[in-house]
Structure formats: structure tokens, C-alpha cells
Design a protein around this ligand. Structure first.
Ligand SMILES: [Zn+2]
Length: 454
């Protein structure tokens, strides 16, 4: 890859709750696709950096109305559930799982079907500006390998897990690991396969140890997966205290919360991402912080299946690494921007309350609000921190994973008024009204991989 320099208005969130805007910024990208430097016009080296890029014919200048943002990081996607996105959301969780989700996930024994679905999903996520996705696949080793291959071929940064689920009491006979040994052997095989994939030398695609959630795994399976996480220093993902049922199930079986139980099984590391975590206690939050694990906040999905709002404000104020997840298909949309929007809305309901019959001071949990700045941080820098990867910011040494958003696309819901809107206002408008038609370019590790220009 040839090094290049990009010139334009950059918007990112190095600090949670704050937005940094640099107009006419220069972002220098090296031959490995990493950021070699970021220069504001007042920087001493600005002129020389720009002249050097012009002389090398490697300066890319953004058009008026275009903005450079970090690529979006989706911390929770069930890849096999893509065909049912926007479907069956009127059902309770149990029916949704037994009648729709498990039968659908079981189909991925068929590699032809898997290829069709996974190709469509990865294309869709990239088109929506998602440069990194943390994926749950299914129990099937071969189809999970295929998902990793598709992400690698299409240029997305991806973390891919074969789902472990072996508990006969909670998993259907037709869809579970045959045994603990089989589940562990397949997880090991996936880790070794992904790490050795030709073309993956820079580890743009990573394997993930993926117990579905505690109820679907036996203690033997959880013990084995914790040992694998240590042996391979590998990412881990699972669902944590998502709903009343799941939270209480673990309390009954282990006598403690999900967080403490996962910690005991050595599954809580700096490379762990816990999906949902709606019902975690103060003690759980302290444990998650101490272990430097991350949380995938999935605000839209929570409205359907959690019956509670994750306390994002509280977790962020405690300094936890919280990112956002679409939770396709518990959440109906593949757009992480829409989930930024929903995260703000959900926090407003939590703050203000929802029962109009209660007096206002008793209605909600005051001080629970977040705004677009925190939502944007979670979708970018927060996601990067949760994954323990150098992504989500424009900073020297970070990967150049970025999107170019165009505010001048005809027929778009995103309308900017030059005489009224400042850059921060424009970012808020992007979060609320941008769609895939506004996403002109999607870059991963310095390579153009998608967008309407692609
Ligand atoms: Zn999920």
C-alpha cells in the first residue's frame, strides 16, 4: 500500500463527553495503514507535511460538506440472525428463541446458506460505516471459519466467535455442541485457523472465545473456555445479566451475578466484552473495571428483550469501557448510528421516567442522561477501548479506520445549513439523520473497503 495524506475536517472524541473538531486537518497514513501523524493548520510541520504529500501526488482532499469520522465499532452482532432482522420482535424472548432464532441458527450447518447470509451482512455493515464488528456466529466450526474468511476478503476488521452452548437443559437437541470436548476442540480449532489465515498477518480478523451465556453452558464448558482464554490470550465475548430471567438463572445456579461467575471461570479479562449488562450491581461494575473488561451497550435490543435500560451514564462516569452494539437481530437495524440515537433516547427515559401517573421527582432516575457526545464516544473510541485495540480515534499509532460522511447528498434526510450549523451541530445531525447514502467512503487499516464511492 502506498502511504497517503488526507486533508479535511476531522471530528472525533478522544475524551468521553467531549468532541474535538480540526478543520483542514492533515492525517498521514503510512504503508501499513496506520496513522503516522495528525496535524492541525497551526502545527509547525503542517506546511511541510502538506507540501510533501502534494509532491508525492498522495494528498486526498475532502470535498466541501464532507467530514472525516472514525469508523464505527459494533460490539455485538449475531451474524446468523441477519435474515430475521426486523422480524419476530413482537414475541417474548422464549418464543423468539425457540421458534425463530434456534431453528434459523441451526441452518448454518449448510455452508451455501452461510455464505449467502454472511456476505450480505458484512456488505451491509460496511455500507453503514461499521469498520469493526464483534460477531457471534453459530456452534458450527466450518460456517464460523467462513464468516472469518468473508470479513478478511471484504476488508472489514472483525472479531469472530464460534458459539459454545452445550447445556442440554437449556439448548435444543438439534442445536448445541455434542459434548464439552467437542465444543472446546472446535473453539481451539477456530482460534488456530483464524490466526493462520493467509492474508491475516496483521491480525485484522481475530478469533473470540464465545460462551453464548452462562445458562447455555455447563460449568465444565465454562472452565475449559476460561483455560483457553488464558492459553491463547484471546478475546472473549458473552451475554451478561441481560434480562430478569438470565440474571436470576445464574443467581440460582451459582449463587452470584453473571459478572462474578464469569470472573471465577477466568473469563473476565482486558479482552472480554460483556453484552448488555443491564442488571449489573455496583460491585459488578467495580469488578469489570478492575479486570479492564468492556461492555457492549445494546439500547435498541434492550427495549425488546431486557425490560430495563442499561445505566450508561453511571458506567461511563465510573470510567468503564463501554461501547455500542446493534445486537442484530435482537435489535432490528444494522446501523450503529441509529443505536447512538437510541442510546440517547433510552437514557432520557431512564432519567425522566416513563409512568406519567407518578409525580415527576419519583418518575425516573435523575442524572441518567447521556447526550450525542457520549453516544458518539461509545460508538468509536469506547468500542476501541472495550476491545483493547488501537482504533476509534485519529491518533498517531492507531489504525486508519475511518468514514467520510457527505452532508450534501441529494434526497437525504441529513440537511446542513452552512449559515447556522457549527461542526458539533453537524455531528449531532449526522448521528440523528445520516443514512448509508451519506457514507461515501469506508476505510479499514488504510484501505478503501466500502461506501457509495466504492
Ligand atoms: Zn446477543
Amino acid at each position: 500500500m502506498n502511504p497517503f495524506t488526507l486533508c479535511g475536517t476531522l471530528i472525533h472524541a478522544p475524551v468521553c463527553g467531549e468532541i474535538e473538531v480540526i478543520e483542514n486537518a492533515l492525517v498521514v497514513v503510512d504503508a501499513a495503514g496506520n496513522i503516522a501523524g495528525v496535524y492541525a493548520p497551526e502545527a509547525e510541520k503542517y506546511a511541510i507535511v502538506k507540501e510533501t504529500a502534494v509532491a508525492a501526488n498522495s494528498l486526498i482532499t475532502l470535498a466541501k460538506g464532507q467530514y472525516l469520522l472514525p469508523g464505527l465499532i459494533d460490539l455485538h452482532v449475531h451474524a446468523p440472525q441477519w435474515p430475521q432482522a426486523g422480524n419476530a420482535l413482537h414475541l417474548p424472548l422464549y418464543t423468539w428463541l425457540q421458534e425463530y432464532t434456534f431453528p434459523l441458527e441451526a441452518k448454518y450447518a449448510d455452508l451455501e446458506f452461510a455464505e449467502k447470509v454472511y456476505t450480505s451482512l458484512v456488505d451491509t455493515l460496511i455500507a453503514n460505516g461499521t469498520t469493526t464488528t464483534l460477531y457471534f456466529a453459530t456452534v458450527h466450526l466450518e460456517a464460523t471459519k467462513l464468516l472469518a474468511e468473508i470479513c478478511l476478503a471484504k476488508g472489514q476488521r472483525a472479531l469472530v466467535g464460534k458459539v459454545a452452548m452445550d447445556n442440554p437443559a437449556e439448548c435444543p437437541d438439534y442445536y448445541r455442541d455434542e459434548s464439552v470436548q467437542q465444543g472446546l476442540a472446535d473453539t481451539r480449532a477456530l482460534i488456530e485457523y483464524v490466526r493462520a489465515m493467509p492474508g491475516n498477518e496483521n491480525e485484522r480478523v481475530l478469533p473470540v472465545i464465545t460462551p453464548r451465556f452462562i445458562p447455555s453452558c455447563t460449568d465444565e464448558m465454562l472452565t475449559g473456555l476460561g483455560e483457553l482464554a488464558e492459553e491463547y490470550d484471546c478475546h472473549v465475548q458473552t451475554h451478561c445479566s441481560e434480562s430478569d430471567w438470565a440474571h436470576n438463572y445464574v443467581l440460582n445456579r451459582h449463587g452470584k451475578h453473571d459478572t462474578q461467575s464469569l470472573h471465577d471461570f477466568k473469563l473476565l479479562t482486558n479482552k472480554t466484552v460483556l453484552a448488555h449488562s443491564c442488571f449489573i450491581s455496583d460491585e459488578d461494575m467495580a469488578t469489570i473495571k478492575q479486570q479492564r473488561s468492556g461492555i457492549a451497550h445494546c439500547p435498541l435490543s434492550n427495549a425488546y428483550f431486557a425490560d430495563a435500560v442499561f445505566p450508561a451514564r453511571k458506567a461511563l462516569d465510573l470510567g468503564l469501557d463501554v461501547g455500542l452494539g446493534t445486537d442484530v437481530s435482537g435489535g432490528a437495524t444494522p446501523s450503529l448510528l441509529e443505536n447512538c440515537h437510541t442510546a440517547v433516547t433510552a437514557s432520557r427515559y431512564l432519567d425522566g421516567g416513563v409512568d406519567a401517573e407518578l409525580p415527576q421527582p419519583e418518575r425516573g432516575i435523575q442524572g441518567s442522561r447521556i447526550d450525542f457526545k457520549e453516544a458518539f464516544w461509545m460508538a468509536t473510541a469506547g468500542g476501541g477501548k472495550a476491545l483493547d485495540l488501537n482504533i476509534g480515534l485519529f491518533k498517531e499509532g492507531y489504525a486508519f479506520d475511518a468514514i467520510i460522511v457527505d452532508t450534501k447528498v441529494a434526497g437525504s434526510n441529513l440537511v446542513v445549513w452552512a449559515e447556522l450549523d457549527k461542526a458539533e451541530d453537524i455531528l449531532q445531525k449526522i448521528i440523528y439523520n445520516a443514512n448509508r447514502q451519506n457514507i461515501r467512503q469506508v476505510w479499514v487499516q488504510g484501505k478503501l473497503v466500502g461506501g457509495t464511492d466504492h
